[in-house]
Design a binder for this molecule. Structure first.
Ligand SMILES: Nc1nc2c(ncn2[C@@H]2O[C@H](COP(=O)(O)OP(=O)(O)O)[C@@H](O)[C@H]2O)c(=O)[nH]1
Ligand SMILES: [Mg+2]
Length: 242
């Protein structure tokens, strides 16, 4: 398995307080990952910080995709996936900028794919009857947990943490997707990616992580994302477009 390349895609909107720290952490892991930051023209100038890091510190391993307007996580990831395939990455990861996803677990997510234990690896908060979330208020824990049960009931998909945003894909999974047919942008986007991968026959494996809510910066979650997920899951279940 020589010359296999791994890429972590980090979507950002106003992450100036987190971005440098998270990039440094990924570049100090024991396995080699390149990073693509996909920024939606953050008013706090996150992209300027990233460009400076490219110019001065990581010219070969750090990349930046500037998108002109904020269009949500899903659209940013789709542009990132297309970029990753064009640049011949073998393993492609999704990770938030805000340290909610422990960066060292990227190594485990990659190992699962390298050993052919799965085509999609998911950093999961809800395994073995536990809810491994730190610093979320009860409302948000319950919302996320019951959302995951709801999605499993409707779709039958054997994944506990269906809204997880800490995910690794082998490149053939992403190559099999028609990104023009991906409909959703928020949590529903994460559900849709897993659902379609599962429907196409790819193997999904979850590994446990502890999710810690962000310390710096603000969440971009809002009500629209939740209703998109509730209705979107039903729509997806009865749609023929896989
Ligand atoms: N490019 C881009 N990134 C986004 C957008 N919305 C959220 N993000 C990023 O997606 C990640 C998760 O968002 P966050 O606000 O932490 O959501 P939460 O963890 O569900 O509260 C963070 O890295 C955000 O900066 C967006 O519209 N465009
Ligand atoms: Mg977050």
């Amino acid at each position: 398995m020589t010359n296999q390349k791994a890429l972590v895609i980090i979507p950002t909107y106003n992450e100036k307080d987190n971005i440098e720290g998270i990039i440094d952490r990924v570049f100090h892991l024991e396995k080699e990952f390149d990073i693509l930051v996909v920024d939606d023209n953050s008013p706090d100038k996150t992209a300027v910080i990233v460009q400076k890091l490219i110019d001065e510190k990581y010219p070969k391993r750090l990349f930046l995709l500037n998108r002109p307007v904020k269009e949500g996580l899903g659209k940013a990831y789709i542009d990132g996936f297309k970029w990753a395939l064009q640049h011949h990455y073998d393993y492609i990861f999704e990770m938030d900028a805000d340290f909610s996803h422990p960066p060292h677990k990227l190594v485990d997510l990659l190992t699962v794919l390298e050993n052919n234990k799965a085509d999609v690896s998911v950093g999961s908060r809800y395994l073995k009857g536990r809810i491994n979330v730190v610093n979320w208020d009860l409302k948000r824990i319950l919302l996320s947990y019951f959302a995951s049960i709801y999605v499993r009931m409707i779709t039958g998909m054997p994944v506990k943490d269906t809204t997880a945003g800490f995910v690794g894909y082998k490149k053939d999974v992403l190559q099999s997707f028609n990104f023009d047919k991906i409909e959703f942008v928020g949590y529903a986007f994460q559900i849709e990616m897993k659902y379609k991968a599962w429907k196409k026959g790819f193997k999904i494996k979850e590994i446990p992580i502890i999710f810690t809510d962000r310390i710096k910066g603000k969440s971009k979650m809002h009500g629209g994302i939740i209703s998109e997920a509730i209705w979107g899951v039903l729509k997806m279940r009865f749609s023929k477009n896989i």
